[in-house]
Each structure stands twice: as structure tokens, then as C-alpha cells.
Write a protein that binds this ligand. Structure first.
Ligand code: GLP
Length: 244
């Protein structure tokens, strides 16, 4: 879906998430959200905060799993995705902190494989992800699944692509300060969600968006695997859709 106005997209996506939450609450069930960071979903989060504040949308029945976190990373650091999620969403809604899951960037490296298996298990125990929100990186990554990530990959430690580290340089005051690794849900984890919503804004994303949507499915561009998902939608502003 292409819209001229990014805020219209953010509102539409937030409304879909709110609808799921409300439906599940009426059934006495939980809604399980897969959440993303980066600049793209910020408008969705501020709209969800508005719906909570002004229209009484409750998050008490919501369970969340974030896609990824830099490794290593302390939760209070400026670039931490824990901090990002608190600032943009969790500090402003009534979600139970016990229902929030974000990959832990503070582990010792030898603890990571077991931690990642547990992360997958927790998603399974929650009943699987209802809606997975995604942005896209210039390498074609979803979460931090960089080129080379196969269709069935699960949550794991990954080495970040050089392009991704350059793109993150301004957040870290120089590419040399960007962590070399990250913990990310896998492509398989993302494809396991019942509904996937990818959003991309701006001309800088237009080339990779065209490849992701129209190119051959390949681990060289992990976002292409979304073509195989039965219920995936991509929301683009006109600039991001320009190369389609
Ligand atoms: C980071 C995140 C991705 C996100 C990407 C794009 O790499 N790990 O999940 O999609 O950035 O970020 P932005 O939305 O700022 O363009």
C-alpha cells in the first residue's frame, strides 16, 4: 500500500494493532506483538500512545517480543533498543513489564545460544506472534538478519553488515563505535508470525524495497522471504515506492 503521507500509514498500522488488541481483550485473550525499532515505526508507537491516552486503549492483555538488540549493549545506553522502546512506547502505556521481551545485550557470549533458544520458546509459549511489525535496512535486513540469513534461521547472535554499521554511525558518534554484533530473531521467527506489516519511508529505501518485493527470493536479501508469507503487507510512502 502506497500513501503520500507517512503519518497516514502510521495511523493505519496503529489502528490495525489496536483492533487486534481490542478483539483479543473481548475474548479474554492476550495479543502478541512483534515489535521493531529504528526511525520508521516511531509514528506507529506515538499513535498507539495517543490511543491509550485519549481513547482508553489498554495494553494489559498485550505481550511483546522485540526483534533485536545490539550486542553488547547495556539497557540504559543511548543506543539501546530497551531504552528506545521505553521512551517511545512502554513508559507511556499500561503494559505489564513482565510481558515485555527484548533480546538481552548484557549477556556473556557463551550464554547467548541458550538465551536465544529460550527466546524462541517464550514466543511459542505465548502462542506465537499475532502481528510482526518490521522496518527494512538498506542491506535488505529485517530485524538484524543480514544478507546470508536463510529462510529457517531462528533467534541468534549475528555479525552486522558494514553498510548497517555505517547507517548506524550517527547514533553512535562514528561507525567505529557501532557494535559488531547483535542478537536478532531469525527470518524463520518472523515468518512464523500470523500477520506481518513492513513499513518503509523515504527515497533511501526505494532500491532495496523494489528488490525485496519484486526480486527473486534469496538469502542475499532476507526481506525477499516475506514474499512467501501468506499474510504480509508492505506500507510505503511515495518516495520508498519510487523504484517499484
Ligand atoms: C535497524 C533495526 C531494523 C530496522 C532498521 C531500519 O537496523 N535493527 O529493525 O528496520 O534499522 O531503520 P530505520 O527505520 O531507522 O530506517
Amino acid at each position: 500500500q502506497v500513501a503520500s503521507n507517512p503519518s497516514q500509514i502510521s495511523k493505519e498500522v496503529a489502528d490495525r494493532i489496536a483492533e487486534l488488541i481490542t478483539e483479543r481483550a473481548a475474548e479474554g485473550k492476550q495479543a502478541v506483538l512483534g515489535l521493531a525499532t529504528g526511525s520508521t515505526p516511531v509514528g506507529v508507537y506515538s499513535e498507539l500512545v495517543r490511543l491509550h491516552r485519549d481513547e482508553g486503549l489498554s495494553f494489559q492483555n498485550v505481550v511483546t517480543f522485540n526483534l533485536d538488540e545490539y550486542f553488547p549493549m547495556l539497557p540504559d545506553e543511548l543506543q539501546s533498543y530497551v531504552r528506545f522502546m521505553r521512551e517511545h512506547l512502554f513508559d507511556h502505556i499500561d503494559i505489564d513489564p513482565a510481558n515485555v521481551h527484548i533480546p538481552d545485550g548484557t549477556l556473556a557470549v557463551e550464554q547467548v545460544p541458550d538465551y536465544c533458544r529460550q527466546y524462541e520458546l517464550k514466543i511459542e509459549e505465548a502462542g506465537g506472534i499475532d502481528i510482526q511489525l518490521l522496518g527494512i535496512g538498506r542491506t535488505g535486513h529485517i530485524g538484524f538478519n543480514e544478507p546470508g540469513s536463510g529462510r529457517s534461521t531462528l533467534t541468534r547472535l549475528i555479525t552486522l553488515d558494514r553498510v548497517t554499521r555505517v547507517d548506524a554511525a550517527s547514533d553512535f558518534f562514528g561507525a567505529e563505535h557501532v557494535p559488531r554484533r547483535a542478537i536478532t530473531m531469525g527470518v524463520g521467527t518472523v515468518l512464523g508470525a500470523r500477520e506481518v506489516i513492513m513499513i518503509a519511508f523515504g527515497e533511501g529505501k526505494s532500491q532495496i524495497v523494489a528488490k525485496a518485493i519484486e526480486g527473486p527470493i534469496t538469502p542475499a536479501i532476507p526481506a525477499t522471504f516475506l514474499q512467501e508469507h501468506p499474510n504480509a503487507r508492505v506500507y510505503l510512502d511515495e518516495a520508498a515506492a519510487a523504484a517499484l
